[in-house]
Ligand binder design. Structure first.
Ligand code: BV8
Length: 230
């Protein structure tokens, strides 16, 4: 059975109005990475970090999936093989579009984590530093987000998917951040055909068999039509 493994980054949510990281005026332009996306930044100023994610959680709650997200959901529901989406994004637009097999390797805005007992629960729209964990009671709630220097989630499962991929598609990611940027190399080692969708080649663009330049909301529906018509 054919297996399609898909990696998405901030670019697939750009047309839904959610900021990317490295575009001018992007999320990192307003904040330094080390201040809002590292454990050290959180320890230094928990309110700054919690408010950074509160703002993004509220924005994501109001955002709608675009034709790129919808195309991937259509692929999962109509392809006669296996489709899995591995996303670096922390929004829930894949799920809102109807994708069911979604792995959030960098965490999710809708989830909260207890730094003391590792309990997870649905995050309130607004979190505050020192919120109590509903399980152990410790004032140790934090956004359930993988920060720089922390281990991304579900890596064993992800490498298993990559080792069995027939097709690996990478969408809307700049190839700056590892281990995600290294997935194309893993997929190639497994003999997968690799294809990148972006406005411009990413930092690892040269490793792909095929690059489709354009907005994901345009290029993905065409690709999914191609795949489903085969
Ligand atoms: C780890 C938190 C190990 C959630 C994020 C030196 C060299 C190499 C690696 C490292 C190094 N020093 C440190 C590292 C490791 C580090 C890393 O890679 N650093 C980089 C910056 C050099 N990685 C880590 O720390 C990772 N952990 O390695 O752990 C370990 C080992 C043992 C024990 C413990 C640990 C953890 C990485 C996760 C960090 N958290 N986010 C959040 O705030 O959202 S990463 C952050 O960047 C986002 O999650 C995002 O997913 C990620 C990547 O960004 P992109 O999604 O690619 O977004 P970007 O803006 O960059 O690009 C958008 C793209 O879309 C562009 O290409 C654009 O052209 C395109 N686009 C725009 N519009 C569209 C479009 N495409 C199509 N259509 C459109 N309309």
């Amino acid at each position: 059975m054919q297996k399609i493994v898909i990696l998405t980054g901030a670019g697939i949510s750009a047309e839904s109005g959610l900021g990317t990281f490295r575009a001018e005026g992007g999320l990192w332009a307003q904040h330094r990475i080390e201040d809002v996306a590292t454990p050290e930044g959180f320890a230094r100023d928990p309110k700054l970090v919690v408010d950074f994610y509160n703002a993004r959680r509220a924005q994501a709650a109001d955002a709608e999936p675009n034709e790129g997200h919808r195309a991937l959901a259509r692929l999962e529901h109509h392809f006669d093989g296996d489709v899995v989406v591995i996303t670096q994004n922390v929004d829930d637009l894949h799920e809102k579009a109807g994708s069911q097999k979604v792995i959030h390797m960098h965490g999710a805005l809708k989830s909260a984590l207890c730094a003391a007992c590792e309990h997870r629960w649905p995050a309130p729209l607004v979190m505050a530093p020192g919120d109590a964990c509903p399980s152990c009671g410790a004032p140790a709630a934090r956004p359930d987000i993988v920060w720089f220097g922390e281990m991304p989630y579900d890596m064993d499962e992800i490498f298993d998917h990559l080792a069995n991929a027939d097709v690996f598609a990478s969408i809307g990611t700049s190839g700056n951040v590892y281990p995600a940027a290294g997935f194309v190399a893993e997929a190639r080692r497994a003999g997968a055909r690799t294809i990148e969708f972006n406005l411009e080649p990413s930092l690892v663009g040269s490793q792909f068999d095929d690059i489709r330049i354009g907005s994901a909301s345009q290029t993905l529906p065409l690709w999914v039509d191609e795949v489903l018509e085969r």
